[in-house]
Design a protein around this ligand. Structure first.
Ligand SMILES: [Zn+2]
Length: 441
């Protein structure tokens, strides 16, 4: 494999891909899909494009193996989030390279990963490497707005695109480093919290604002919410989370991770628990969370309405049962006049274990990317398409062979999103090595 040449080719491909505006909405992923199809066709790889709606395109291409093992799906989403040009110092769709960085919306999230996957696949094709499993490049639409036209559409209407696959690689993970840390932390995402949208509706008789009483609908709602926010849902440490914090402790500045080596035991200490749960990320890793984000009462200041509503973004920790969560909320708000409803069907969290052949290969690859990196399995607090692939029976991991600091990480969905050329070169090489290890006969 001509590694230097492959790296330069990946940079050029990513530049061109970033110059295609696939801002969602409207997405217009068809433009990105056609670009990928053309690049694949130049190397004799056929691809199929399906549109879930006009312009909302998904692409699948396959490098055939001998069928002795199930396919490995390489997934990325074609769409990107809106970029406000006023706050960018470069054109977000200009494909500009400055001081060793390629700038553009999608540079990290996640056209870069799609190009690493594509370039690695091209490399294996050119080398004529015999494969024991199919390699499937899957590019989907609409991830940034719920995947209705993308991964969900594919799983529901084109199950053949995933049939027979053992594994999927998709969004996130990656190597993170911060000032003062003793080593970088390499993360491979094995699971993610899922949303359980809840609504609290308080009801009472209406009236005039000049003569309020204690149990108006808005007052009932506010008091119920206060009880919900004050109630401490007991933290629960999943084995994988215990492992994550034990590894995290070894990279944090000395002393910062005290107690993380046995999180379950440490959380029994009230002082430690208070400190730990005060960190919003840590807290979200060990319990189901409730964010009260939308409130609705009267349209008029002087009118006491018959109804007041709160919409709650509840995120479920793996192992928690949605019915139990609803029962718990109902019990802590303790008011029969406040109804708790589940707004959309619950998604049950799923997980791919950190002991598969693929996980081990990914961990080793991250170890080669940055010597001394500590690799840990992570349960994401957010949500990605990997949940959909796991539901379809695949083991799916969030994997990025990139080293990204806090500053560049903050540019994702922000301004001046960029990726270092080194990350493109090295990431492409690592992707090719992982494919060779997992699929090479
Ligand atoms: Zn993304």
């Amino acid at each position: 494999m001509n590694v230097p040449k492959l790296g330069e080719e990946a940079i050029d491909l990513l530049r061109r891909y970033l110059m295609i505006d696939t801002t969602n909405p409207p997405g217009n992923e068809i433009a990105g899909a056609r670009f990928l199809a053309e690049v694949l066709a130049n190397d004799g790889i056929a691809s199929e494009i399906v549109e879930a709606a006009p312009g909302r395109a998904n692409l699948r291409a396959r490098l055939a193996g001998d069928g002795s093992l199930g396919a490995l799906v390489l997934h990325h989403h074609i769409d990107v989030v809106y970029a406000d040009r006023r706050y960018w110092t470069v054109d977000p769709f200009g494909g500009e390279i400055l001081d060793g960085y390629l700038y553009g919306r999608g540079a990290l999230d996640m056209k870069s990963i799609g190009i690493m996957q594509l370039a690695a696949m091209l490399a294996l094709k050119r080398e004529g490497v015999p494969l024991k499993r199919d390699l499937v490049l899957l590019a989907t639409a609409d991830e940034e707005a719920g995947s209705q036209y993308g991964a969900r559409f594919i799983a529901d209407t084109h199950p053949a695109w995933l049939a027979g696959a053992d594994f999927a690689l998709g969004e996130l993970g990656g190597i993170h480093h911060e000032e003062g840390w003793r080593a970088p932390l390499g993360m491979i995402d094995i699971s993610e919290k899922t949303g359980l949208p809840l609504r609290l509706t308080a009801r009472s008789s209406p009236g005039h604002g000049s003569m309020p009483w204690a149990t108006t609908a808005p007052h009932r709602l506010v008091n119920a919410l206060a009880r919900l926010l004050a109630a401490e849902r007991a933290p629960r440490v999943l084995p994988e989370v215990r492992e994550f914090f034990a590894r995290l402790a070894t990279v944090l500045p000395r002393g910062a991770g005290r107690g993380f080596d046995d999180l379950e035991r440490s959380l029994r200490d009230p002082a430690f628990r208070a400190r730990f749960l005060d960190d919003r990320w840590y807290a979200a890793m060990v319990r189901t969370t409730f964010a009260v984000n939308m409130l609705k009462g009267s349209e008029k200041r002087n009118v006491i309405p018959p109804e007041a509503v709160a919409e709650i973004d509840c995120r479920v920790l793996a192992g928690d049962d949605p019915d139990e969560i609803v029962r718990w909320v109902t019990q802590v708000i303790a008011d029969d006049a406040v109804e708790v409803t589940v707004v959309a069907p619950a998604k049950i969290p799923n997980m791919s274990p950190p002991d598969t052949e693929l996980y081990k290969s990914l961990a080793a690859a991250l170890g080669r990317r940055v010597p001394g990196v500590v690799v840990a399995p992570r349960i994401m607090t957010g949500f990605t398409d990997n949940w959909i692939f796991r539901r379809a029976g695949l083991q799916a991991y969030g994997f990025s062979p990139t080293l990204v600091g806090a500053e560049d990480g903050g540019r994702v969905h922000g301004n001046d999103e960029r990726i270092s050329l080194e990350n493109i070169r090295e990431g492409t090489r690592l992707y090719a090595e992982v494919l060779l290890e997992m699929a090479g006969a």
